[in-house]
Ligand binder design. Structure first.
Ligand code: HSE
Length: 306
């Protein structure tokens, strides 16, 4: 049997003001191992092993998202796949706003594309997964790494990437409850005041220049938001206190990671532990247990090895 290994980064989307537009990759990965062999038999027993996050809850049958993504590629490429079995090693917590679902779909598509001798181009992969997933702000950085800017009309995505500075840390406080993206989107209003749109567009532009020019003192304002966080805070008990605890501990900027419930703080290396502990304590003040992790940003994206 031959093996393909895919390592797919977690992602944090939005950065507050960049709702549905910005996302960056993190040095936290799910892994997919595909063991395969070409045989004459057309009947293959399905075998999926899951290790780590979701090992007892994720489906190991036809409903598995990685498997479904792979089958999409075989269909598009009109390719009969070899016999294969999957081993999914999940380090990205599920339904916490750090891109676990995008990583599963993207990993499945990339793995299957390897089995199809790379028939799909990079751009085709991005377009297919963005449509399947609906959130290119997770998909694009997971593939390319770095900080990605995405423009999605529901059908086609345009994107660019800049590198995240190596001296920034992502401190993620991950509460012990799940929040589905659907639920976190259904709570958003259908329309917003014009001044709120201006509030956000000025900040997302400021965010990009603050990152590129390393003017980190601007991040606290650049990450402010009026499009989604004020509505989503109803779903994240203690969110304001968690934000304030991070602000008092020397954070550059703080926001909901993706659609939540995790909170992302951006800091320098020296303040990261203090910020993580302060956020954890603030959640606990609302009877929410949580853990915090300190991650570097990933500038390389998905990794494939054989
Ligand atoms: N931008 C999306 C949202 C990300 O906030 O709903 C979903 O992971």
């Amino acid at each position: 049997m031959k093996t393909i290994k895919i390592k797919i980064p977690a992602t944090t989307a939005n950065f507050g003001s960049g709702f549905d537009v910005l996302g960056a990759a993190l040095k936290l990965y799910n892994e997919i191992e595909v063991a395969y062999e070409f045989t004459n038999s057309r009947v293959h027993e399905l075998k999926i092993e899951i290790i780590g996050e979701g090992k007892d809850t994720l489906p190991k049958n036809e409903k598995n998202v990685v498997l479904q993504a792979m089958k999409t590629v075989f269909r598009i490429c009109k390719t009969v796949p070899p016999a294969y079995k999957l081993r999914l090693i999940n380090h990205i917590p599920l339904s916490r706003g750090i891109g676990s679902s995008a990583s599963a779909r993207l990993g499945g598509i990339v793995a299957a594309n390897e089995l199809c001798r790379k028939k799909l181009s990079e751009d085709e992969i991005i377009q297919i997964v963005s449509k399947l997933e609906g959130h290119p702000d997770n998909v694009v950085p997971s593939y390319f790494g770095g900080l990605c800017i995405c423009n999605f009309d529901g059908n086609n995505v345009k994107y660019t990437k800049v590198k995240m500075p190596f001296d920034l840390k992502a401190v993620l406080c991950i509460p012990d409850f799940e929040l589905s993206t659907d639920k976190a989107r259904n709570i958003l209003p259908k329309t917003i005041p014009h001044k709120d749109a201006v509030f956000n567009s000025s900040r997302v532009a400021l965010f990009m220049s603050a990152i590129i020019q390393k003017k980190y003192e601007l991040l606290s304002i650049a990450m402010e938001d009026k499009l989604h966080q004020p509505y989503r805070k109803k779903l994240i008990p203690g969110m304001d206190d968690v934000f304030n605890s991070a602000k008092k501990s020397g954070v550059y900027g703080v926001c909901i990671s993706g659609s939540g419930p995790s909170i992302l703080a951006i800091s320098n290396e020296n303040s990261a532990v203090k910020i993580g502990m302060a956020m954890q304590k603030a959640f606990f003040g609302h009877r929410i247990t949580s853990k915090y992790i300190i991650c570097d940003f990933d500038n390389n994206g998905i990794q494939i090895s054989k």
